[in-house]
Design a binder for this molecule. Structure first.
Ligand code: CA
Length: 229
């Protein structure tokens, strides 16, 4: 594998470089966030080991920039021990896995092998359908540049639609993915919430992206557009 190691501490970077090379990999080292952003875009790495603590742009910022720029190499983030916030920030920025320092080298190698098996397929952090965008981590939604405020249930319903753009989703499917089992009154709740959603994501913008498939369910148009009726 061709692996990029991003680590500013010289001793740690040397250790990783030596260990990975001995395991038969081709290894490049970036000593700063800025170098890492550039190198990750210049070469399609099979896997990247990214330290969170870097001077300048930190690991979270580096990872976010890669993903924004279409770099999908699998990223293993190295974080401080016991820092849940760091792990959450890393994963939400698009990292695929994390390992807390200090770590065992055998585990690092195993995790890199597991990540490389998945390959560099697109795994965007946010969802995009036409001009609709949704960020599951920050729970924000936009149409174009305009941010839209949704209730928790409206958000869950829109996210369900945005994960299956263009598909007709039945009321049962929508209930299963946006409501929990505790929900009792299932009669027309989906229809009610689709109406709420239309009032927020479509009507103010003169669009009708949420279409009714009569007798079946609803569909979010793949272009999230559609002239208003
Ligand atoms: Ca560091």
């Amino acid at each position: 594998m061709r692996i990029l190691v991003v680590e500013d501490e010289v001793k740690m970077a040397g250790l990783l470089h030596r260990g990975l090379t001995e395991d038969g990999h081709v290894v490049d080292v970036a000593g700063s966030g800025d170098d890492a952003v550039w190198m990750g875009q210049a070469v399609e790495y099979d896997a990247i080991v990214l330290d969170l603590m870097l001077p300048g742009v930190d690991g979270v910022g580096v990872c976010r920039r890669w993903r924004e720029n279409g770099v999908w190499s699998p990223v293993l983030m190295l974080t401080a021990r016991n820092s849940v916030d760091d792990r959450v920030a890393g994963l939400d920025a698009g990292a695929d896995d994390y390992l807390a320092k200090p770590f065992s080298f055998a585990e690092l190698l195993a995790r890199l092998r597991a990540l490389a098996r998945r390959g560099a397929t697109e795994r965007p952090v946010g969802l995009e359908v036409g001009e609709l965008r949704l960020d599951p981590a920050t729970r924000q939604v936009w149409r174009g540049e305009a941010e839209i405020t949704l209730s928790g249930k409206e958000f869950a319903l829109l996210e369900t639609f945005m994960r299956r753009p263009g598909d007709v989703l039945s009321r049962v499917y929508l209930l299963e993915h946006a409501w929990d089992y505790a929900y009792e009154n299932r009669s027309n709740v989906v229809d009610v919430y689709v109406r709420y959603l239309r009032e927020k994501i479509d009507r103010p913008f003169g669009r009708s992206s949420l279409e009714t498939a009569r007798g079946v369910g609803y569909r979010l148009r793949r272009d999230a557009d559609g002239a208003s009726r």
